[in-house]
Design a protein around this ligand. Structure first.
Ligand code: ASP
Length: 419
């Protein structure tokens, strides 16, 4: 059996086993086993920094052409901004039309506010002062690249690696070559590690999903069913419209082929809730199976893991409308534009780690003057939306890489009869 089929089976079995266990009252067994799933995520995250740095430095150094770098950079950022803004707008439109917050029971509202404000007081309090947008944007320049690596600050690492790569192009061949050789070996060794980790992937995915399903408060889902359905539904809608359209008409790639080869990355993103954890697999599949050149993939994907969050954008749009509706606040067209702008910018500086979209939602609410306690309303179902939006986020990164590669003449879709 193919590995990607096994991974999918792991996902489905995990969800079923976890849900049954929860219903029969022993969901805690899977929750206890979650540490094994977390270990699997750690293995993936372990290789992100060396992999991204080595491939980005080699990529930039081998471009040897700053114009090309600038061009790829502009296209990538352009795609990301447009896609995220459209995603937020779609979230606003769908939630505005369906009004998931309008019918929320007054009792349920009070209950949710009380429950979550009680149990998550600290978390909510720490969010009363969301970071400013300026801090997020200028933070891209690392004071100390080693600290950036230690803190896994992806944007800072990318910034430094690009400078480093550019500097190498200026050096003489004699000075550049030894370092490039070393980095190439580092890169190849990381790829070997990815292959090894993939062998246990079906089990890792099984445990992660079973633990989520075994812990889930299904009651909360029921009371927030409309919100969850609108959130997840809009993400699915975006995935089956925006990406296929850009793939087909701008990149000349059959969307079905794309999803058949790419879904494995979506499963990883879904089970880990982290674009960063899914990055090593995304790099591998986008390069090997979708045919994007290494130069393009190693620039567009790590940047996208932090900057491009289409799913998070949808989540911001839907949640803002939902919370505003529950509080009886109706948003003016001007405020809707503010949501699109703040949600797009907020997603730029947010790292690809679990739950960050929930924190940046505070920035959007604050910009509109919506009470931040409203966050408590959606906290109970946050995980399920986090999983879904992460799967959308990584899809957007790869679709962008395919498009950029196509425009650069660096897309060579491999023929595979196994798909
Ligand atoms: N977990 C998401 C990601 O890694 C970010 C978010 O919380 O929205 O892409």
């Amino acid at each position: 059996m193919q590995l990607h089929t096994k991974i999918l089976i792991g996902l489905v079995l995990g969800a079923v086993a976890g849900a049954i266990a929860e219903m029969m009252g022993f969901g805690h067994i899977f929750v206890r086993m979650e540490a094994f799933g977390q270990a699997f995520i750690r293995l993936l995250i372990m290789i992100v920094i060396p992999l991204v740095m080595a491939s980005l430095i080699i990529g930039t150094a081998s471009l040897g052409d700053l114009k090309k770098l600038g061009r790829i950079g502009m296209k990538t950022i352009g795609y990301y901004l447009v896609a995220t803004a459209l995603a937020v707008a779609m979230g606003l439109a769908v939630a505005g039309a369906i009004q998931p917050g309008a019918g929320l029971d007054e009792e349920v509202k009070t209950q949710l506010l009380a429950d979550y404000a009680g149990t998550n007081q600290e978390r909510l309090e720490s969010m009363q002062e969301p970071p400013g947008l300026q801090d997020i944007l200028f933070n891209i320049i690392p004071r100390n690249p080693i600290a950036a690596m230690a803190n896994m600050d992806m944007l800072q690492i990318i910034f430094f690696s690009l400078f480093f790569g550019i500097a190498l192009t200026v050096l003489s061949e004699e000075k550049r070559k030894p370092l490039v050789n070393v980095l190439e070996s580092v890169n190849d060794a990381m790829v070997v590690i990815v292959e090894m980790i993939m062998k246990i992937a079906p089990y890792g995915v099984f445990i992660l999903i079973a633990a989520v399903a075994g812990r889930f408060g299904y009651q909360v889902i029921l009371s927030l069913l409309q919100y969850v359905l609108v959130g997840v539904g809009t993400m699915v809608l975006f995935t089956i419209t925006f990406y296929p359209i850009t793939l087909r008409f701008f990149s000349g790639m059959n969307p079905i082929l794309f999803f058949k080869r790419f879904y494995e990355v979506m499963v990883f993103a879904f089970s880990t809730s982290s674009s960063n954890a899914a990055l090593p697999i995304n790099l591998r599949i986008t390069e090997n199976d979708l045919g994007v050149s290494r130069d393009v993939a190693s620039f567009v994907l790590p940047l996208g893991a932090t900057v491009n969050m289409n799913g998070t954008g949808i989540y911001h749009g839907v949640s803002t409308i939902f919370i505003a509706q529950v509080y009886g606040i109706s948003l003016t067209p001007g405020q809707l534009v503010i949501v699109v702008i703040t949600a797009t910018l907020a997603s730029i500086g947010a790292a690809g780690v679990p739950g960050i979209g929930f924190i940046t939602l505070a920035i959007v609410l604050e910009a509109l003057g919506i009470p931040l306690e409203g966050l408590a309303l959606v906290l109970g179902v946050e995980r399920i939306l986090d999983m879904t939006r992460t799967a959308v986020n990584v899809t957007g990164d790869s679709a962008a890489a395919v498009w950029v590669a196509k425009t650069e003449g660096e897309l060579n879709i491999p023929q595979k009869d196994t798909y």
